[in-house]
Design a protein around this ligand. Sequence first.
Ligand code: PLP
Length: 423
Amino acid sequence: MQILDQLGISRAVQALVERAESSLSCIFSSIEKTAELNQYKVVEAFRAHNIGARHFAPTTGYGYSDEGRQALADVFTHIMRAQGAVLSPHIVSGTHAISIALFAVLRPGDTLISVTGKPYDTLHHVIGIGNSDKDTGSLANFGVEYRQVEWPENGVIDVEQVVTAIKSSPRAKALFIQRSRGYAWRRALTIQDIRDFVQQIKKLYPDIIVIVDNCYGEFCEVEEPIEAGADLIAGSMIKNPGGGLTPTGGYIAGRADLVALAENRLTCPGLGSEVGSYEASYRPFFQGLFMAPHVVGEALKGSVLAARVFEELGFDVFPAHDAKRSDITQSIRLGDESLLLAYTKGIQKAAAIDSHAVPIPWDMPGYDDPIVMAAGTFVQGASIELSADAPLKPPYIVYAQGALTYAHMKLGLMYALTEMKII
Ligand SMILES: *Cc1c(COP(=O)(O)O)cnc(C)c1O
């Protein structure tokens, strides 16, 4: 293709990617079907709550009777089939949202049990894993105990081990599930996996609270974890549910009593969700939610293409191109530091924003290893946009996420392959 020739993409790279794409139409149409059903669901929620232009209006100060704040929560509650939700620009990130959910539910003397192995890096500090002695205000500092059931080889949560962990805990209060793969060579849990697990565990322990880190999972399937029996979910608005338009924020949704506690944690007891203003418009929050099903579909198609291309080149990828997906992340084991850096360099080159930058590894706040991150994004660090990141350590796995459009991911892959000089 002439324009790709001009961009310096070799004919061999073009041919490889075209060939990979030509085998994917069945998978793409099933992804598009999911996006379609989720689009209906989102519009239905907007209609049910009579969303109008007045909900976009800016507010200041305390934000008393801020209609947009309430309407956003209502729409999101509806979409997630929850009893309540907070969706706020005052939640700074996914980590913050999950932290609010954990602190909302857990009290001194309680035990939190992660049932999907080690949680995402940034949550170690929240829980106090590895530094429980240091006073940072972590859960550990407040006397919340933590246990962990390792991620099992076969990829199915080990119910027996979870039961053992509950029995050996003084006050097991909550179970923590990470839906997405995070920085681990594991699969994402599907909604069906979550349903199977919750059904088994709630039969034995009906009062235990199931909290799901839903980052990267939203809109990948036609249902969400609340429908599968989870009590509380949390995530980031600059990932899937923001549709690439939402400028910042996070959410928590689930059981009404637990959401009320989360509201008190986000602001303070007595104020909850009665306050909170936003002087910029809420419009990109609503519009981002509206776009999210489609954008997540584009991201999923991009991940499938990446999987197929790298499978053809003989790399280990996870998930395989034809596996069922419940998150947007594609892991590719590159096995070599220079290939990893070349991949991220290529992705950055394909960006619409900051395409001149070269990603270099750095000690990102909250992460244990140096991270190299390609993210030439409209919204800073938004990994629903074309992006890739990786902890700089063997076996040099790159985690590719996102792309607002499928074509952008395709271009990113071609730039990455060009930088990697492997064909
Ligand atoms: C992104 C992510 C988080 C939270 O990260 P933030 O950068 O704070 O939004 C937590 N868990 C998983 C699995 C994630 O992918």
